[in-house]
Ligand binder design. Structure first.
Ligand SMILES: [Zn+2]
Length: 475
């Protein structure tokens, strides 16, 4: 009897230990799951678990680099409402939610619907059957620059991108015409009928434009690569260049006379660049363009359309001459132009473009930080220094003199990209950078159908540069 009693006591003891272990394990797993539930398996936008998340978590905020709230969720009796305090100013880059998702709302959807609040708080909210509060997205965007860019576009269609070439941070990304993300559901049908204006299109990433003379940066780089003594180049511009029945004219009937390579670039002489283009090797030209990310997916997963460089080994003279001056079949997105310019400004190294600096829980604790990283060297340091010198000449004596004599120094290239059959219709381009040391900014502007780059895109870029250096004057 005694023995049996001991045995059953032992058995009860073993069962208790087992149950305690099991209980601890389950609690541990539950805590782990709540705290670290993996986002990887639910990253797909179409995963229904995202909808389930939205039922359990109040969507987090989207915040600018200077601490302003760009999007937040208001809880009302009638339900939740997403508020965008800046209305159309950040519409494309921040995006919308409700009628599908776009912009950062789409890119960071899972993070916004994930709560990394303190564990005890999350558990108590869950017990009380309340929603947890989602994480906040702190972007790289600056409200001052975004407003300056949006205002600079004014009534014109177009896009402006600004970037820090040394960190890859996108400082602003404006596209016009825009829409009000606060009323996207109500306006949806109307916005979708406006095919000409296409206000929902983010022109900075989705717009493909002929680059016009901004493409001479690429042509110049290729000419330099193919000719060690490229600076011995001389040309006599009589206003046009003809080869095999193809005639290329200088913009607005200009005649540039006897010029060297640097002046050809600074004054943006089409005849001289058609002449240069005629000497280039099509295959090598294409290789250089593709090394600069033409026909490629851009880094950063920002939803960019691929830029196109169509020149082939077998392409005819006409295509070749037009390509050299940025006309023909070549098209590029404003963001891509900003990336090429960033590489020049950063000694040839392209930083991976970043729109999100970090993810924070709603208490402001950093959950994840996106560090600056190199994407790819687009050109050698020597080549970047060469382009830098030439782009400074554009501002000193060429088509960008409206940017000379300021409190900051600018290097850049203008463009007036002709489109359509009407003579004189051109998109105004400017791409360039300013600043020294750690304070450098790249600005790329395209204004649709406005006219020349120097008259329309340069003043727009100046407004963004001015805003940047006004902000950094004291820092
Ligand atoms: Zn000329």
């Amino acid at each position: 009897m005694q023995k049996n009693n001991d045995d059953s006591k032992k058995q009860i003891y073993v069962v208790m230990v087992l149950f305690t272990l099991l209980f601890l394990l389950m609690t541990g797993y539950f805590a782990y799951y709540v705290q670290f539930s993996s986002t990887d398996d639910i990253n797909n936008t179409y995963n229904p678990r995202q909808e389930t998340l939205a039922l359990k978590v109040v969507r987090g905020k989207i915040i600018s680099a200077d601490g302003q709230t760009l999007a937040y969720t208001q809880e009302r009796k009638s339900g939740e409402e997403r508020i965008y305090p800046y209305g159309p100013v950040f519409a494309h880059v921040v995006g919308y939610t409700g009628k599908g998702k776009s912009g950062i709302e789409q890119m960071a959807n899972i993070s916004l619907l994930t709560s990394n609040a303190a564990l005890n708080e999350k558990l108590s909210r869950q017990m009380a059957e309340e929603k947890n509060i989602g994480d906040n997205i702190v972007t790289t965007l600056d409200t001052g620059l975004q407003k300056a860019a949006y205002d600079a576009l004014g009534l014109y269609k177009g896009a402006i991108v600004a970037m820090d070439p040394q960190t890859g941070h996108i400082l602003c990304m404006a596209s016009n015409p825009g829409f009000d993300p606060n009323t996207i559901a109500k306006d949806w049908d109307e916005l979708n009928t406006m095919t000409e204006a296409s206000p929902l299109l983010n022109r900075a990433t989705q717009g493909l434009y002929p680059p016009g003379s901004t493409f001479k940066i690429v042509t110049l780089l290729e000419y330099m690569r193919e000719n060690e003594n490229c600076e011995d180049y001389a040309f006599n511009c009589k206003g046009s260049f003809t080869l095999e029945d193809v005639t290329i004219r200088c913009y607005h009937g200009s005649v540039h006379g006897q010029i060297d390579l640097k002046t050809s670039f600074a004054k943006s002489c089409n005849s001289s660049f058609a002449n240069i283009g005629s000497t280039l090797d099509n295959g090598r030209f294409r290789k250089t363009a593709e090394a600069l990310l033409f026909n490629k997916e851009l880094p950063g997963k920002l939803g960019c359309r691929q830029s196109e460089f169509m020149l082939e080994r077998s392409s005819l003279c006409e295509e070749k001459l037009h390509t050299a001056i940025g006309q023909g079949k070549t098209v590029i997105s404003p963001l891509h132009m900003a990336l090429i310019t960033s590489a020049v400004a950063n000694g040839g190294m392209l930083k991976k473009p970043l729109l999100i600096d970090r993810i924070e829980n709603y208490d402001g604790e950093t959950v994840k930080k996106y560090e600056a990283s190199n994407h790819k060297r687009l050109m050698s340091e020597k080549e970047a220094a060469f382009l830098d010198e030439y782009m400074r000449e554009v501002v000193a004596t060429g088509t960008g003199t409206k940017l000379s004599g300021l409190s900051y120094e600018v290097a850049g290239k203008t463009g007036s990209a002709e489109f359509g059959s009407e003579k004189g219709d051109s998109h105004a381009w400017f791409t360039g950078y300013a600043g020294t040391g750690e304070q450098k900014i790249v600005v790329t502007v395209v204004i649709e159908g406005a006219g020349s780059g120097s008259d329309y895109a340069v003043p727009a870029a100046k407004r963004v540069f001015d805003a940047y250096f006004a902000e950094h004057a004291h820092g």
